[in-house]
Ligand binder design. Sequence first.
Ligand SMILES: Nc1nc2c(ncn2[C@@H]2O[C@H](COP(=O)(O)OP(=O)(O)OP(=O)(O)O)[C@@H](O)[C@H]2O)c(=O)[nH]1
Ligand SMILES: [Mg+2]
Length: 422
Amino acid sequence: MGLFEKIKNGLRKTRDALFGKIDKLLKSFTKIDDELFEELEELLVMGDVGMYTAEKICDELRKRVKSEGITDPTEIRRLLEDVITEMLEGGNTLDISTKPSIILVIGVNGVGKTTTIGKLAAGFVREGKRVTLAAADTFRAAAIDQLKIWADRSGADIIRQNEGSDPAAVVFDAISSAKARGSDIIIADTAGRLHNKKNLMDELAKINRIIDRELPDAAKEVLLVLDATTGQNAVNQTKEFKNAAGITGIVLTKLDGTAKGGVVLAIREELDVPVKYIGVGEQIDDLQPFDPKEFARALFSDDDMKEAIEEAGREEKETKQEDIENAEEKSVPATADIWAQIDAEAEAERQAELEKGEKTEEEKEAARAEAEAEAKRRKEEQKKRSEERRNRAKQKYNWSTEPTGQNDDDDWLERWKKGDTD
Ligand SMILES: Nc1nc2c(ncn2[C@@H]2O[C@H](COP(=O)(O)OP(=O)(O)OP(=O)(O)O)[C@@H](O)[C@H]2O)c(=O)[nH]1
Ligand SMILES: [Mg+2]
């Protein structure tokens, strides 16, 4: 499947729910008037574009309709595509211009940080770059294991420490290792959940300080991962993280599972943070660099617009319900897959450990037997030597019995008792 096809497929729900409806609306009007713009604005707001952004889009459309002298409502579709493209443009590319560059990946739990890192790493490795992953989500042991799986899958190096270790120390290690190995890119995973928000933000600030100290001249990206299925919540999360972590870009995941793709516009417009990647599925190549033009084109893609318009006729509630269900369905098996894999690996490790354990037990048994035999042999030898000595002493001192300690050569006797004689 081509890149565009993937984006198009990934945006099918948003296209069906929002842009299909817009198309239907435009076709139902015979002239361009205020009512049309009002209804259009309402559709945009319903499609998670946000009030402020929806208004802005409509103002821009009004201006262009006027300046271009457009009278056919269906032409608004083209204008809308242009306005959306322009709105989303600027700062979309990742700055990885230095060696090494560093990408810090942040976001609340479950949004797709680790998966995104795996996909990013796979893409970079495919381009011939050397990638070092830093397992700085030390909050859960499973998070470290999950990143390890992605490192193996993608062919990246990984630096990890034990669960509970200091994430900033892991990042420090990863930077040192990347420098030593000549890595091109370091990507750091972080925890999405800590005991409280302050802890989380403090931790990110600490990691940031380490990066700035150890790589003062490196290209640095702080990517905030957002789950598109959460709609306006994603906008709120951006606000929270923007202040604390100095975000340079957004990765919007799970667009394939939602009709809320319009949230891209809200994030860009309301918060002025560029979207750099979008996730349109769970496969390793389902993360796409964000291309505003392609994105807008995919939203209005004609081939299945007919189908989209039909879909748009469905009840909003039904779409939303399906949206939620699909998002849940989609994320559960993938997580389950990862867990199953982690479990399987842990089980394999346990088995190996067990076998190793049995062997060691056998070895121990053998070693014990050998040691016993050796001790017995030495004892025999010692006994023999003692016997010889005793005989020599008997002859020398004309003893008729064993030494008693009352012999004139007490000193020798004492030494003999200690085995300290020849
Ligand atoms: N459908 C779909 N699912 C995705 C996408 N990106 C991630 N996921 C799924 O989202 C779930 C959570 O992903 P993770 O990468 O574990 O999320 P995380 O942010 O690292 O989570 P924590 O480590 O718990 O904070 C997994 O089941 C992923 O397969 C996407 O673009 N589309
Ligand atoms: Mg994770």
